[in-house]
Design a protein around this ligand. Structure first.
Ligand SMILES: [Zn+2]
Length: 599
């Protein structure tokens, strides 16, 4: 890639608007490594990359406060739902802070703003004829004398025969369900059998929206969507779309904005309000930033510039139909708002070869590890094994091996070796390149090619491969140093040693850029070790801020190949990463087994 190409890309990127929407976690428990590896960290890596390219990025999410997972937990503990929400909202924010996952806004659905935006969407859809009232049968608990939400009901999956399918979805095969489809349904509260009674609800008329939805889906080449996103969507559409109830017999959630008595004891169903969170959070961010209309920059399809904004939805595969069918249908019905551009959905992550399980406590919880390991070590492993295209597996022995052999040996030691040797033998300054040899030029060409490849991979949300490419470039520098051996050349040919070190330092500087989205803490330190000042005009500032109201961005952090000028004074080198004691793997595994409960 020539400098001119880079300039052109930067120019285009500067006009890009990118909305990064991240699935709303239920505030009913802390994050485990599968959540972070599949959803939150990839979103952060992607958003950092787009910010570095100069795009106008908004990244939002928040706690889903209305799901029955919250009320089930609250009932079990005998506390109000708000107490559960506050506890896990704080837990989420702590994890994000520890791992350097930076949202423009991570809010929650239990806010006045979200209630107002949800009710506005409801009323607009009603006004435009996309909602209708109908009677349906509800799951009724005779022992408790009340209707139960779908998640309080379990039974046998009609599709795969899984014995503990939930009333809304089978966790085993992913099929979305109604409680009535389950075999032998029972209440999760007391195990008593469920009966079904008539109750009135409001429905979203998906059938009416289907032609427009299909036109949108077929109207563009979706080849860039991940396979799982495409196949989950196709499977759902194959059966045709039917009306779906968007209210429930519940007392916890967004009130139904209808005057009728009959809806006084009903609430808007959580799946309907949670997806609206992307819009309400964008509005909340704008209001907080002091520019209440600013959300339109990413949403307003009637504004030509805003209509070009690309919105990405990072989520787990069990959430795909809500984001490729239901949410787009709601947006089409509402009108004037941008539809999703891409829905990079994650597969599942296993743990030590077995399915993770909250009930068995077979999971690695972030609050248990986030204070004990370097954030970049966790980020490295979580991205290296991210379940992007197939299910992946967290293993403690693999964790230790890959941190030590890849992050520390291939990347960290390369930096430390080159910078320490240069610092000691060249007066703490970057040497002069002199006349480059074939070998030096070959490495720089390899660097340029790798830069272009990583750019394409991250832009296409192939984040795991992007990291792999970056590491491969680091390995290429190690091979180059084996061949040029500046440590040996120093005495016989000081100019040759200087030339090799200059070349290696240039590629290390590019690797700093390429790894910034993945390893932001180490990249920031490396930037300083290379002798750059925070706020350096040429390199951009590391402590600068993004668009107004936005978050701190390490803005080196321009996504471009830079130069470390000869003569630049380095800072006293120090290792970027800590090598892990190999016995850690056994200790962590023992702890995991000790704390898990047998099924
Ligand atoms: Zn099933």
């Amino acid at each position: 890639m020539t400098a001119a190409d880079t300039e052109t890309q930067q120019f285009q990127a500067a006009h890009d608007r990118v909305l990064v929407c991240v699935a709303w976690p239920y505030a009913n428990g802390p994050f485990h490594v599968g959540h972070v590896s599949g959803v939150y960290l990839p979103a952060d890596v992607f958003a950092r990359f787009e910010r570095m390219r100069g795009a106008d990025v908004l990244m939002v999410s928040g706690s889903d406060c209305h799901g029955t997972p919250i009320t089930i937990r609250a009932e079990r503990e005998g506390v109000p739902p708000v107490e559960i929400i506050d506890r896990y909202q704080a837990s989420f924010l702590h994890t994000f802070d520890q791992l350097g996952i930076e949202f423009d806004l991570f809010t929650k659905t239990y806010t006045e703003n979200h209630y107002a935006v949800t009710q506005d969407v409801f009323l607009r859809l009603l006004e435009k004829g996309y909602l209708y009232r109908d009677r349906m049968t509800g799951s009724y608990s005779e022992t408790q004398g009340r209707f139960l939400p779908d998640r309080y009901v379990e039974g046998i999956c009609p599709n795969c025969g899984y014995a503990r399918a939930r009333g809304d979805q089978c966790d085993n095969c992913g099929t979305l369900l109604d409680p009535e489809q389950l075999g032998s349904p029972y209440s999760v509260l007391d195990g008593s059998p469920i009966t079904f009674r008539e109750t009135e609800h409001v429905f979203l008329d998906l059938g009416k929206l289907e032609p427009d939805l299909r036109a949108w889906l077929d109207g563009a080449d979706r080849e860039y969507w991940r396979n799982n996103t495409v196949s989950f969507t196709r499977n759902w559409l194959r059966e045709g779309l039917h009306g779906r109830a968007i209210t429930r017999d519940l007392d916890w959630g967004v009130p139904v904005p209808l005057p009728d008595e009959v809806f006084k004891d009903k609430r808007i169903y959580v799946w309907f309000d949670a997806v609206i969170g992307y819009l309400s959070a964008s509005k909340e961010w704008a209001a907080t930033a002091g520019d209440p209309q600013a959300w339109r920059r990413w949403w307003d399809a009637t504004d030509p510039a805003a209509a070009q904004a690309r919105s990405y939805y990072f989520l787990g595969k069990d959430n795909i139909p809500f984001h490729t069918i239901i949410w787009p249908a709601m947006l089409i019905g509402y009108g004037g708002l941008n539809l999703p551009y891409d829905v990079p959905a994650a597969e599942f992550m296993n743990l030590e070869g077995e399915q993770m399980s909250t009930s068995r406590n077979w999971a690695v919880w972030l609050p248990d590890i986030e204070d004990r390991y370097q954030p970049d070590a966790l980020r490295y492993y979580l991205m290296a094994i991210a379940p992007e295209t197939r299910d992946s597996n967290w293993s403690w022995s693999d964790f230790v091996t890959r941190i030590n052999s890849e992050l520390v040996a291939t990347w960290g030691n390369l930096v430390n070796r080159v910078l320490s040797f240069t610092y000691r033998n060249f007066d703490g300054r970057v040497p002069e390149p002199g006349d480059l040899t074939e070998l030096d030029r070959a490495l720089l060409a390899e660097r340029d090619a790798a830069f272009a490849r990583v750019t394409d991979l991250i832009a296409g949300a192939h984040l795991r491969d992007g990291l792999k490419e970056a590491l491969a470039l680091a390995a290429a520098v190690n091979r180059y140093l084996d061949e040029t051996a500046p440590w040996k050349a120093l005495k016989s040919d000081r100019a040759a040693a200087g030339r090799a070190l200059w070349t290696a330092i240039q590629v290390i500087d590019t690797l700093k850029v390429l790894t910034t989205p993945y390893l932001p803490f180490a990249a920031e330190r490396l930037h300083a070790l290379l002798g750059f000042e925070p706020g350096d005009e040429q390199q951009g500032t590391w402590s600068g801020r993004g668009h107004q109201g936005g978050i701190a961005i390490p803005a080196t952090a321009r996504w471009a190949i830079g130069e470390v000028p000869p003569g630049q004074t380095l800072r006293q080198p120090e290792p970027l990463f800590t090598k892990l004691d190999p016995t850690l793997a056994g200790e962590e595994l023992a702890r995991l087994r000790r704390e898990s409960v047998s099924a």
